[in-house]
Design a protein around this ligand. Sequence first.
Ligand code: FMN
Length: 190
Amino acid sequence: MLSLAALDTRISVPTRQLTTPGPDAATLQRMLTTAVRVPDHGKRVPFRLLHISGDARTALADAAQARLLEREPNAGDGVITKLRARFTAPPMTIAVIARLGFDEKIPVSERASTASCVCLLLLQAAQAEGFGAQWLTGWPAYDRQFLENVLGLEEDEQLTGTIAIGTSQVEAPERDRPDLNALISDWNPG
Ligand SMILES: Cc1cc2nc3c(=O)[nH]c(=O)nc-3n(C[C@H](O)[C@H](O)[C@H](O)COP(=O)(O)O)c2cc1C
């Protein structure tokens, strides 16, 4: 049974605090099965996933660093270290890619929403299996050169986010949560 108490424990672990072990193949498969069970208008399945682990993490960090230095030739060591850690600290990253090509009926925004739902469910699935996780974007999610030449996205695809997954080294930091009562009001006709 779905438990609200369990859902209420959802919290992100900063990526630099994620370490080994990550999920094994069977556990990852289980988590991803949960993550792809998303609401999907028109059953378009408007997303795909990239699995980044092992040596691919370092290769991706190298490519991201090279692109960063093209974008910002004077980027400091701190910025470079932080960028590399995003890909090398967690044992595994799943990139969630939205497929947003022409569609007669389902707007791009709805298909992007479906891909976002995959990200959220993957965060929850990771936590349910005892792992920490975090959803990241930043410039790598919007730099078309990085997306297409390094990650291999098509022109009509977007990176909805990368989900870093690993074992949390720390208790995840809590933050203020939205005040529900300030966000909801009754709609009244005219
Ligand atoms: C679409 C999206 C992109 C995000 N990108 C980043 C990011 O690039 N860097 C970052 O520090 N946090 C990013 N976050 C925020 C974290 O994933 C996380 O939500 C935040 O640290 C708050 O923690 P919480 O999930 O426990 O509320 C992003 C969140 C979303 C929804």
